[in-house]
Design a protein around this ligand. Structure first.
Ligand code: GAL
Length: 516
């Protein structure tokens, strides 16, 4: 009994010791984390290399996810005292930067309201307020173009704090799902990216956006934007966005060195295209690269095939009801697509459009059908060995789209947003933005010598080609129809079922109130 008692006592002692050890270890780790002073404190980053802000949040708050509080507090401080850093990328905080660590109460309060959908919370408010610009331009070329516009804006309005509110994901499919609830909640960004054409219908513009007709009149834009574009920009009798560019969707990009080595020329017809594919395949090169991760890219490729097989008028008719989707030409287009898919990289579901482009840069993939933002991306990546041709069958056809910026009715910084729209529509803005973005200006008076060879060729084509609207990029159809189209094509990529796809496409046009 005594022995048991003794050994029990021993066990209790052991447990107590162990518990004491654990408690002191916890205390040690907490006290190792610096804590912010009552009213907050300045902190100069000591590190050998850039570190993420989350590491500093861990140090002061023992919570890595508190980085937005430090970012917001530092950026607010920066407005009053520029010796504090303006943080734009929380993943890379450089040694020597001066940050402001808020006190715990402020940080807790901030974290209660913080949401990634509202990046403006992370920035201070300049003497003239903020300008919250929302777009999906995060890829190479896109980001550089946007920055060029910001630089112009900043030089004109240095007291406005620009917030680059990007939501990544090509063609804006993720973006629109984030913007809509903000519009409905009456808490929108000051301006946001919107495709010219029927995409605007999805935003209920009469309820949520401001018509820009007066601005068009004041700025004389009706005289400088081409008539085809002006027509596309008008919805229910009003202009809802200011176009910064014109993009072409139906481009076949190819790697010049691969083509030269194989003695190939860019294919003009689908027969030539498949000959080229066979030759490339025999050499162990992926003939045509694609990335379908974003869900829109497969539909993008197909609109180019449709335009090539149907020709400009019948392609346009698909979106007006004049051409039924049951047409044998659509069957032909689907069969071409099905065959094309046998020459595509098998990892396409894992890649975005720019991810697919890396095949070309690495000289492993020979061709890619993508809009001419790929040209901006190639330039940003320092890749120069690319050539271009219209998607087979589309010579003389320009499948067009345009990016605009609009003005939500509830924009908090309305004057700043109007100033932004004026920069977007200006010659200066368009000449700075487009050469980097890889698009042609929407103004007819821009200086062509500022643009690379590809863009100069696109400028010429825009003047002479038949202009037809892109579906996937918001020009041709209302958003719900685009979604049905996109879903049908994605399913087709997986199943290859031509008749079922054609029936689904026809049904989608009927649902949209266009097909019979
Ligand atoms: C398009 C947009 C382009 C380009 C592309 C890829 O919809 O109009 O500007 O950014 O998406 O993100």
């Amino acid at each position: 009994m005594r022995r048991i008692y003794k050994s029990r006592k021993f066990l209790i002692l052991c447990y107590t010791l162990a518990a004491a050890l654990v408690i002191s270890a916890v205390f040690a780790s907490v006290s190792a984390a610096a804590s912010p002073a009552k009213e907050g404190q300045g902190y100069t980053v000591v590190a050998k290399a850039p570190i993420p802000l989350s590491e500093i949040a861990q140090k002061f708050f023992a919570k890595p996810n508190y980085w937005p509080a430090i970012m917001a507090a530092t950026n607010r401080k920066h407005i009053e005292d520029p010796s504090f850093t303006r943080i734009s990328d929380p993943k890379s905080i450089k040694p020597g930067w001066k940050l402001w660590i808020p006190n715990k109460e402020w940080a807790d309060g901030f974290m209660k309201v913080w949401t990634p959908a509202k990046p403006e919370l992370l920035f201070g408010v300049g003497p003239k307020g903020q300008l919250v610009v929302a777009s999906w331009w995060t890829a190479g070329g896109e980001a550089e173009g946007l920055k060029a516009l910001f630089d112009i804006y900043r030089s004109k309005y240095p007291d406005v704090e620009i917030v680059n509110a990007t939501i990544a994901g090509g063609a804006g499919y993720v973006f629109r799902a984030v913007i809509k609830p903000r519009l409905i909640a009456g808490d929108p960004p000051d301006t946001f990216q919107l495709h010219a054409g029927l995409e605007v219908e999805g935003y209920s513009p009469e309820t949520y956006l401001t018509p820009l007709d007066d601005l068009y009149a004041i700025e004389g834009w009706k005289n400088v934007f081409p008539p085809d574009l002006l027509k596309l920009l008008k919805y229910k009798g009003h202009y809802w966005g200011v176009p910064v560019n014109i993009h072409r969707s139906n481009v076949l990009w190819y790697d010049k060195s691969i083509f030269a080595r194989a003695g190939l020329i860019p294919p003009r017809t689908w027969d030539e295209f498949f000959d080229v594919c066979e030759k490339l395949k025999a050499q162990g090169i992926v003939p045509i690269v694609m990335g379908t991760k974003g869900g829109w890219e497969a539909g993008h490729v197909f609109e180019g095939i449709l335009a090539g097989v149907l020709g400009a008028e019948k392609y346009k008719g698909l979106w007006t009801g004049a051409t039924p989707w049951t047409s044998p030409l659509v069957t032909k287009a689907l069969n071409i697509y099905k065959r094309m898919l046998t020459y595509v990289n098998t990892d396409h579901p894992a890649l975005s459009w720019d991810g697919a482009g890396t095949y070309m840069i690495a000289n492993k993939g020979a061709m890619m059908i993508m809009g001419d933002w790929a040209n901006g991306w190639f330039m940003a990546k320092g890749y120069t060995n690319y050539g271009w041709a219209p998607v087979p069958g589309t010579k003389g056809i320009f499948v067009g789209l345009s990016d605009t910026f609009c003005l939500p009715k509830m924009a908090r910084n309305r004057d700043n947003a109007i100033a932004w729209l004026r920069v977007c529509g200006s010659k200066e803005g368009q000449e700075a933005f487009n050469p980097k973005k890889g698009s042609i200006p929407s103004r007819m008076d821009a200086n062509p010598s500022l643009f690379n060879k590809y863009l100069q060729s696109a400028m010429r084509d825009w003047k002479t080609d038949a202009i037809v609207p892109s579906c996937i990029h918001g020009a041709a159809a209302i958003e719900s129809w685009v979604t049905d189209y996109k879903d049908a094509i994605n399913l087709f990529v997986a199943t290859g079922n031509v008749s079922a796809t054609q029936a689904a496409l026809q049904e989608a046009s009927v649902t949209a109130g266009v097909g019979k």
